[in-house]
Design a protein around this ligand. Sequence first.
Ligand SMILES: [Cu+2]
Length: 216
Amino acid sequence: MKNTLLFLFFCLSALPVFAAMNHGGMIMDEKGMIMNHTPDKLPKDCKAVSEDVNITIRGGHKFAKDFAGKMFTYDKRDWQVPPCARVNVTFINEDDVRHQFMIHGLPGYMYPKGMFTIELYGKGQKTGSFIVPSRDYTYYIHCEVSQHTEKGMKGQLKVGKGTGDLDSILGLTAPLTPDLYPINNTHYTWITLIFSIIIGAVLIRLLANFLATRVL
Ligand SMILES: [Cu+2]
């Protein structure tokens, strides 16, 4: 009995050690996760880390308020780093909903599916790192929650000179499929408009006459 209690006590005291679990390339706890944190492994085409670049990116509803029809975005959506830079990303989620910093197109031999991701389940922050290859390229960043991507949570990271700008980056490039709300005016529209103006004018005249008689 005593030994069983001691064993239980040992297990409970060890719990905090396992609170932040590392599943392969994934570090996770109750606040979120970092996938493919790779601060030390160099891409094949880099002999050394050229520079440490620290990026702080905030995500949230409030950053989209100046963009009509958009709901979520990052406070900044465009970065440029030198080839072979180690990018240390601090992602701060300012909302109470799940947001991600997810970058695509990294070398598949280091990053499964070419992705590095920081995810926060609500308000909070996490920092993770990845080392970019040497070639000029523009990498796509977004929040993987599809409605958030569509509603503005997209960005880009240029390595070296990049390969041009991506589409649909708020404040930077035009949307690929813009939201259009066309109004099809027919002759009925114009008849209705003219009719409404005449009725309105008559009513104003009647009201004016009525008020005039009341005053007298
Ligand atoms: Cu999101």
